[in-house]
Design a protein around this ligand. Structure first.
Ligand SMILES: NC(=O)C1=CN([C@@H]2O[C@H](COP(=O)(O)OP(=O)(O)OC[C@H]3O[C@@H](n4cnc5c(N)ncnc54)[C@H](O)[C@@H]3O)[C@@H](O)[C@H]2O)C=CC1
Ligand SMILES: O=C(CO)[C@H](O)[C@H](O)COP(=O)(O)O
Length: 307
């Protein structure tokens, strides 16, 4: 199959590489000429615009009657809409566009309705660390378009078991959104456990704990393997790693959706709140609680040194 890949950052390069390694032809474009050149070095045909990419894909479809097959791996949000606006004049009903990024599921259903092509929303899990093993792909959209893309999904995922059609349009990104909410909660649970061990009664080697847990324990997992790697590379006390956690959009969407559906997700919410809290020093609520204890109990007020 010939595949167009647009967006060749940490994830898009892997989509292109794994497709090439499986014997597919890849036409690649990124706004960054360096990123496009990197894909070309690995065997992709470089394109210098979205229109050029479509022109280069047009030739291959004539052989087997297929339409164009295009995978977007650009940042979620405006970049997806901008790319689709450039693609639109070149698309028709037999073409398939896959959005493999972390788009909101409602944006994906809107885009599916707006485009002439068949639109697949594809939640992608595994991250750059899964370049060798392949990703887990959660796909939503028309069944025929999913079937048409199976050879590429087989290549980009861990294999045939690493991808599936979750349902109609939006279902893929919906499942990925919830996946990320679970990811936040698991990270929080491991974080709390290791914090208690680090601050607790025994002088423990965290890498040793993580390694031991990873070998046969109930709570073994890839995230725990990443904990083990972090302690090995940063030290048992995590060295100079700051207590500031960025990101948060997919977790926020998960909590918003849970509120709308009236499904209780207190652990996912708590993990999200902890992430937001990591960005705040001197939180107003804690300062007020400090002062209120004086108000009702005449307890001593701790004062800031820098005030
Ligand atoms: N990094 C990760 O662990 C994961 C990322 N994702 C999602 O995959 C998508 C891509 O993520 P990354 O590869 O990590 O981002 P990245 O920032 O490494 O790469 C994005 C690439 O898109 C290019 N780009 C931006 N706008 C463009 C446009 N209009 N046309 C063409 N190229 C454009 C940029 O130049 C850049 O090379 C995002 O939606 C992200 O949320 C999903 C799962 C895991
Ligand atoms: O989807 C992912 C992992 O599954 C990506 O790593 C994503 O960038 C995480 O972003 P955030 O932590 O802001 O939700």
């Amino acid at each position: 199959m010939e595949l167009g890949v647009i967006g060749l950052g940490r994830m898009g390069q892997i989509v292109a590489n794994r497709s090439l390694e499986a014997g597919h032809d890849v036409v690649a474009f990124d706004l960054s000429a360096e990123a496009t050149a990197e894909a070309a070095e690995r065997g992709a045909e470089p394109a210098d615009s979205v229109t050029d990419l479509c022109d280069r894909l047009d030739g291959s479809g004539e052989e087997d009657g297929d339409g164009k097959r295009i995978w977007l791996m650009v940042p979620a949000g405006d970049a997806v809409d901008a790319t689709l606006a450039d693609l639109e004049p070149n698309l028709d009903a037999e073409d398939v566009v896959v959005d493999g990024g972390n788009s909101h599921f409602e944006a994906s259903t809107r885009r599916a309705e707006e485009t002439d092509a068949a639109y697949l929303d594809c939640g992608t899990s595994g991250g750059p660390a899964s370049a060798e093993a392949g990703f887990s792909l959660m796909v939503g959209g028309p069944a025929w378009a999913y079937e048409a893309m199976v050879p590429v999904f087989d290549a980009v995922a861990t294999g045939p078991d690493g991808h599936d059609r979750m349902g109609e349009s939006g279902a893929g990104h919906y499942v990925k959104m919830v996946h990320n909410g679970v990811e936040y909660a698991l990270m929080q649970a491991y974080g709390e456990g290791f914090e208690l061990l680090a601050d607790g009664r025994y002088d423990l080697d965290m890498e040793s704990v993580a390694r031991t847990w990873n070998n046969g324990a109930v709570i073994r997992s890839w995230l725990l393997e990443l904990c083990e790697e972090a302690f090995r590379e940063e030290g048992s006390d995590l060295g100079d790693v700051a207590d500031h956690v960025a990101g948060g959009s997919t977790g926020t969407w998960t909590v918003e959706e849970a509120l709308e559906q009236e499904v209780p997700v207190p652990i996912i919410y708590q993990a999200l709140a902890e992430r937001f809290d990591s960005r705040n020093e001197g939180r107003f609520s804690r300062r007020l609680a400090n002062r209120l204890r004086y108000g009702f109990g005449r307890h001593e007020v701790a004062r800031r040194d820098d005030a």
